[in-house]
Design a protein around this ligand. Structure first.
Ligand code: ATP
Length: 442
């Protein structure tokens, strides 16, 4: 178990981590989330004894990392996949690490198999792609067969099959009773991988709870109601009836209605009383991404000027910081995520109820893992080719072609699209302007 108590780190007058207390328990994947610059990497570095806390402490199995006997056998970490000697062969890189910790050479070949790099084991890592580098970093983390694993954005740069492989690997490691602490900015991935979440903002703890509780606490459940597309007057009639009954009704982009404040049976009764036929009446919970956005929107330090221009961020006086978010409450005056897009969230599998093919295929969930410490069957040919989860990307069976408005209107609060040019650009104009650059720099 990892335990932080009052963990604080200051760099000069910058407080990167402030009074952080949490536990990361074995047997589960714990996601570590927070906006850019919120202190995730700093926290991980302190856990690994690479940074000294200004105040507080963090221990692994009761010991500070630097006092752990044979730490490399107990803790494995991927912090920065690029932190390798690029001139060394992948295998030699791992061999050096193994020798430093008294790990036998055969273990190097085992982990190369686990991460699917056998074919390039004797290639210099400076020629590796981002994803191959991540795999090498994961191999290094697994080398000591540790009980505690930390991964800082492990899926960064991986292709979809690699992402699925990492997901299954994390779950399998946790299922073996290990402590798995993983940071990521990919919410959809975290929703599928993590059991528990620790969320920080500006170095402070915002939330420490299960994924399910986090979504419930930070988003309102809602009902999706759909009337026949061919009779828009029914939609208006139902909207009035639901609003009069105290419901809050928001249009979704596909023509459905998002209703909060009324239970499903009441919505059904009201529709019946108003003589409105329904094509859909379904209960929904917001996605992890929506819940995360809602929770952290006030703790985001780096925002696009495009967001400001689009009115997604309330202007603050110069130098003022937005208030820290309060768990479970919105941030008045701040951008709230729009309703899900058509087919977007309606069929997201809740965490822990993944489609059968998405479940770990075995120890580490990857194919091609050698028999050995993990008892995995040897020899499947291509470890990159983890099977895709059936059901992933399944179309919404209720989705009807949405009626096309004459001019597409952005959803309330949604980022405004750049206006289409009124005329063909002049031949000398750049073909595509970079919207991330100030206009005078394009
Ligand atoms: N060595 C350092 N010296 C000075 N400031 C630092 C140092 N390391 C981190 N910081 C600052 O501490 C804050 C937290 O940084 P950190 O890298 O931990 O955030 P993060 O949550 O990992 O961000 P990201 O999601 O972008 O990786 C940032 O403001 C960063 O600039």
């Amino acid at each position: 178990m990892i335990e932080a108590v009052g963990l604080t780190k200051r760099y000069g007058d910058k407080t990167a981590v402030h009074n952080l207390s949490f536990q990361v328990r074995p047997g589960a994947v714990t996601g570590f989330l927070g906006p850019n610059g919120s202190g995730k990497s700093t926290t991980m570095r302190m856990i690994l004894g690479l940074d000294i806390p200004t105040a507080g402490s963090v221990t692994i199995g009761g010991y500070p990392y630097r006092k752990l006997p044979n730490a490399a056998r107990q803790v494995g970490a991927l912090l920065d996949a690029k932190a390798v000697h690029g001139g060394r062969h992948a295998r030699n890189h791992l061999l050096c690490l193994a020798q430093l910790s008294g790990i036998p050479a055969r273990r190097v070949d085992e982990v190369l198999g686990v991460v699917g790099l056998q074919e390039v084991a004797r290639k210099r890592s400076k020629g590796f792609s981002l994803g191959m580098g991540q795999r090498l970093g994961i191999a290094a983390a697994l080398l000591g067969d540790p009980q505690v694993l930390l991964f800082d954005e492990p899926v960064n740069g991986l292709d979809p099959e690699g992402i699925l492989w990492v997901r299954n690997l994390m779950k399998a490691l946790a299922a073996e009773g290990r402590t798995v602490f993983v940071s990521s900015h990919l919410m959809s991935e975290m929703a599928l991988t993590a059991d528990h979440l620790i969320v920080i903002g500006r170095g402070q703890l915002l939330s420490d709870m299960s994924v399910t509780d986090f979504i419930s606490a930070n988003s309102a459940d809602f009902a999706r109601v759909r009337t026949p597309d061919t009779e828009p007057q029914l939609r208006e009639k139902l909207t009035s009836a639901l609003t009069e009954a105290g419901g809050h009704v928001l249009p979704e982009q596909d023509g459905a209605l998002r209703v909060t404040g009324l239970p499903l049976p009441r919505i059904s009764d009201l529709a019946h009383e108003a003589d409105v036929r329904l094509w859909e009446l379904s209960p929904h919970q917001a996605s992890l991404e929506e819940a995360y956005m809602r929770m952290t929107q006030g703790a985001v330090d780096y925002r696009s000027t495009i967001d400001q221009k689009a009115g997604l961020q309330q202007p603050l006086p110069p130098g003022a910081q937005p208030p820290m978010p309060v768990p479970g409450q919105g941030q008045p005056g701040w951008y709230a995520p729009p309703p899900p897009q058509q087919g977007g969230q309606a069929f997201t599998m809740p965490p822990g109820q993944q489609a059968p093919g998405g479940a770990p295929a075995g120890p580490y969930g990857g194919q091609g893992a050698p028999a050995g410490a993990y008892g995995a069957p040897a020899g499947a040919p291509n470890p990159y080719s983890a099977p895709a989860a059936p059901g992933a990307g399944q179309p919404n069976p209720y989705a009807q072609p949405a009626p096309q408005p004459p001019q597409a209107q952005p959803a309330a609060g949604a980022p405004a699209q750049p206006a289409a040019p009124a005329a063909e650009p002049a031949p000398s104009a750049p073909v595509s302007a970079d919207p991330t650059k100030p206009e005078d720099a394009r």
